[in-house]
Ligand binder design. Structure first.
Ligand code: PAF
Length: 282
C-alpha cells in the first residue's frame, strides 16, 4: 500500500494509474475507521482495479463549537486496517496541504443543504462539498463510495456530482450496525456506557415507525408519535429532528404512499448521532 501525504506525490501515482487504464475506486473518510468504512473498501475492491482511501479530518465542515479538535485521529490503526484490507493508496494530507495559506474557494450547494444537518450545523455541507470536490479532483476516481448512514450527505454529493458534471459514479452502501442496532460511527467512542446503552433508541424508533407503516398507516404524524414514544424510554436522548422525506428531493412529506426516508438526529450528552431508514411499501 502506498501511504501518501503530499498532493505532488498523489498526482504522479494517479496519473500513472489513469495512464495504464486502471479503474479507481475511492472511499473518502475522516479516519477512525470502523467496519462501516471497511465495507465500503470491500465494495470498491470488488468493483475496481485500484482502491484509494483518504483520511482527512476536514476542518471546513466543523462549526466553531463542534468537535474538530477532539475528533479521533488513530492514523496508525487506520493505516494498519487499510493495509490488511488490501487498500492500494492511503491519502492522508495535513490541513495545510488541502487548505494552504490564501485558500479562498468553496463549493456552495443550495436547497438540499439547508434543512436537517445543514440547519443545525451551519456551513457543514459547504465544507463537505468543498473537500469532496477537491478529493475527487485529486484522486480522479471512476467511483466513490459513501455510507447510507449519512443520508443527507449522500444526496448532497450525488447532486453536486450531477450539477457540476463530475465524471464519476457515486455509490451509496448500506449502514453497518452493531448487533443491538446502533449504526457504526466514529463518534460512538464519545458515548459513556449509559449513553451507549440508550443510543439504541434511535434505531429502535426507526424500526417502530417501519412497523406502523407496514401495518398500513400512511400518515406521518402517528408514525412520528410512535417514534417519540420509543425515544422517551431513553431519557438521556434529546431529539434534534425526526423527518420523513422524499428520498430524492429531501422535501418533508406528510404522507408516505410508497417510499420515504426517515431521518433522525439526537444528542446523548455531548454526542450527536444520526441515523435513517428507508420505508418502502410491501
Ligand atoms: O462522511 C465523512 O466522513 C465526511 O463527511 C467526508 C465525506 C469524508 C468528507 O470529509
Amino acid at each position: 500500500m502506498r501511504f501518501i501525504t503530499s498532493i505532488g506525490d498523489l498526482h504522479s501515482v494517479i496519473a500513472a494509474l489513469r495512464g495504464a487504464g486502471k479503474r479507481i475506486g475511492f472511499v473518502p473518510t475522516m479516519g477512525a475507521l470502523h467496519a462501516g468504512h471497511m465495507s465500503l473498501v470491500r465494495k470498491s475492491k470488488a468493483e475496481n482495479d485500484t482502491t484509494a482511501v483518504s483520511v482527512f479530518v476536514n476542518p471546513t465542515q466543523f462549526g466553531p463549537e463542534e468537535d474538530f479538535e477532539a475528533y479521533p485521529r488513530p492514523i496508525e490503526n487506520d493505516r494498519r486496517l487499510c493495509e490488511q484490507a488490501g487498500v492500494d493508496i492511503l491519502f492522508a494530507p495535513a490541513a495545510g496541504e488541502m487548505y494552504p495559506g490564501g485558500y479562498a474557494t468553496y463549493v456552495l450547494q443550495e436547497r438540499y443543504t439547508e434543512a436537517f444537518e445543514g440547519e443545525i450545523r451551519t456551513g457543514h455541507f459547504h465544507g463537505v462539498c468543498t473537500v469532496c470536490c477537491k478529493l475527487f479532483n485529486l484522486l480522479k476516481p471512476h467511483r466513490a463510495y459513501f455510507g447510507h448512514k449519512d443520508y443527507q450527505q449522500s444526496v448532497v454529493i450525488r447532486r453536486m456530482v450531477r450539477d457540476l458534471n463530475m465524471d464519476l459514479e457515486v455509490e451509496v452502501c448500506p449502514t453497518v450496525r452493531e448487533s443491538d442496532g446502533l449504526a457504526l460511527s466514529s463518534r460512538n467512542v464519545y458515548l459513556s456506557p449509559e449513553e451507549r446503552s440508550q443510543a439504541t433508541a434511535l434505531y429502535a424508533a426507526l424500526r417502530r415507525a417501519e412497523e406502523v407503516f407496514q401495518s398500513g398507516e400512511r400518515s406521518v404524524a402517528p408514525m412520528a408519535d410512535a417514534m417519540r414514544k420509543v425515544i422517551e424510554r431513553a431519557p438521556m436522548a434529546r431529539v434534534d429532528y425526526i423527518a420523513f422525506v422524499n428520498p430524492e428531493t429531501l422535501r418533508e412529506v406528510r404522507r408516505v404512499e410508497s417510499e420515504a426516508v426517515i431521518l433522525i438526529a439526537a444528542r446523548l450528552g455531548r454526542t450527536r448521532l444520526i441515523d435513517n431508514l428507508r420505508l418502502t411499501a410491501k
